[in-house]
Structure formats: C-alpha cells, structure tokens
Design a protein around this ligand. Structure first.
Ligand code: ASP
Length: 309
C-alpha cells in the first residue's frame, strides 16, 4: 500500500473504578500518558511502522512505575511479579505474546521478538525469558520490577487492610497498559501489557496476552487494546468481536466499541474499556468504568489526555 494521509495513535493506562491513589497521583498518570503517546507518535511521524509505535508507547509505560505493567507491576499471591504482554500486526495478522515472566524489563519487547522471530504465538515462563536473552535482551533479577509501593500494597492487601481481588465487580486492584496505531502505510498494530491483578493466583494468565481478547489488529478493520476484568474479557473475546462487528456488521469503529462495552453485555458485571483506531485514522475510546487513563493524537486531531469520563 502506498502512503496514506492519516496517522493516529491511542494509548491506555488501565480502566478502573478510581482510587484515592489515582486522585493523588493524577498528574503523574497524566504526564506518564503524555510521555508514552509522544514516544509512539514520534515513531509514526518519522514514517516508521505502527508496530514500532505501539511498542515504544507501551515500553514507556512499562518503564514508568505509576502503571501496572513492567516496573511497578502488581504482586501475585506469592509476592512475585507475574507479567504478560501481547502484540499484533494488522497487515500480516502476525502476533506474539508472553506470559508469566519477571526477569525481563519489557515484556512488550519480548512479545515483539516472539512475533517477529519465532513460529509461535505465545511463550511463557522461564523459557520466554531465555528466548528474550537469545534475542539480545538483558535478563534482570526477579524482583527488578517490584516497586516500594507495590511491596507495601502487597503486605497491606495480604493483611486485609486494603481491598484484595475485585469482588462482584466493585473494587478493582489491577491495571494494564496498551496502545493502538495506524501508520503512513495504512498498517495497524496493537499491543497490551500488564502486571495482572494484585494477589493473582500463581500461574494465572489473563487477557493481556491473549490475541482476540486483550488485543487485536486487522488492516481491514481496526486495532484494539482492551483493559478490565480479564476472565470476562477472555470469555467475551472483546477485541476480536469489535473487529468482527465492523467487518460483518457494518458498524463504525466507535459504534462497534460502544456496542461491545455498553450494550452487548450490559447485564454482565464486567468492568472493561477499549481503545481503537481504524484505517482512516479515527480514534475511539469506550469504557464502562469510572475512569480509564487514556491519550490520543493524530495528524488531524490534537493531543488528548484524560482519566475520568
Ligand atoms: N485485564 C488485565 C488483567 O486482568 C487487568 C486490567 O486490564 O486492568 O490482567
């Protein structure tokens, strides 16, 4: 495909029901979002690929301790980091994913390496770390991504002082980051990365490493990254369903996102949010939670950063 006019990128830093911490640290969330979207947009403006743009935007959020991905990941029931990430290329429908890792600084880079260099879609655990090392990544210690805040929260949660896992969809003790982009060639890509829910069962894998659930990209339709209650997002195949509604149901990107988030499952207690772009550079956000940390920019829309509705 030749050069097209519109480039666009959108990112999220997790949908949630809000918290005192979020309010106190609002500025840190907003400046983290700004740094990430700027990094991704710079890639697009340089004429580079949507894959590189979503990778760089997600990597900046993984490196930022304010977000629950990479550095600053929530701790599982054993007090360990258990990260996962996924990336999808909308041109070739190629994808890569990684789960159950903690000795790699940037799971999104590992997902990209798996997508680009292996015949597999997902590699988990120690073997994934070894794969990353073989592809030039530096291994880090297993507690490298643990921040003081997450360690303190872990002990407070374990002692029942603050909420544990989300109960009846009420309180949410997790987060995620993601990015979607369309480049000057009209190619789309999506990536998602998370530290998962606090006190998650050891070995638990969520939607943020599952193609079709937490991430999907197809040049015919859109690129989507999702956030929210993982087990439901997987069952509801959120990201792929939005693409299918556009392809088969003739919905626009915003209509498909809104239908999926607000209509189709309105009886289910499912906290969720999505970000999307389409081939024309349209950007959509849709979420049924109080907040979703989000940002977007394109060559026809100014920088937008928001947390609350
Ligand atoms: N979906 C992520 C997970 O359950 C969490 C989130 O998006 O907030 O791991």
């Amino acid at each position: 495909m030749g050069r097209v006019d519109r480039i666009a990128i959108a990112i999220h830093g997790g949908a949630s029901s809000g918290s005192e911490y979020l309010d106190t640290e609002l500025q840190a969330y907003e400046s983290g979002l700004e740094r990430a979207i700027t990094a991704g947009y710079k890639v697009l403006m340089q004429g580079r690929s949507a894959i590189e743009a979503v990778h760089d935007a997600v990597m900046v959020m993984e490196d930022d301790p304010i977000f629950n991905a990479g550095m600053g990941s929530a701790l599982n029931e054993g007090g360990e980091v258990q990260m996962e990430a996924v990336m999808m290329d909308g041109k070739y429908l190629n994808s890569g994913a990684v789960a159950l890792v903690n000795q790699i600084k940037n799971p999104v880079s590992l997902a990209k390496a798996i997508m680009e260099n292996s015949n597999h879609t997902m590699i988990a655990g120690q073997a994934a770390v070894e794969y990353g090392v073989k592809h030039g990544m530096m291994p880090v210690s297993s507690d490298y991504c643990i921040t003081e805040k997450q360690r303190k929260d872990f002990f407070r949660r374990a002692a029942g002082e603050i909420y544990r896992l989300p109960v009846n969809g009420k309180k949410k003790a997790y987060g995620t980051v993601g990015a979607v982009a369309v480049d000057y060639h009209g190619n789309m890509a999506a990536a998602t990365s998370t530290g998962g829910p606090a006190l998650a069962h050891a070995g638990r894998i969520g939607d943020s490493s599952i193609v079709g659930a937490g991430c999907y990209a197809h040049n015919n339709t859109c690129a989507i990254s999702a956030t929210g209650r993982s087990d439901q997002l997987m069952r509801l195949v959120v990201a792929h369903d939005i693409s299918a509604m556009m392809e088969l149901g003739g919905k626009t990107l915003q209509e498909a996102c809104d239908y999926k988030i607000h209509e189709k499952h309105k009886d289910a207690l499912t906290e969720m949010g999505v970000i999307g772009v389409d081939g024309k550079g349209n950007i959509s956000f849709s979420f049924n939670t109080k907040c979703m940390c989000r940002a977007s920019i394109s060559n026809h829309q100014p920088l937008y950063i928001a947390v609350y509705k």
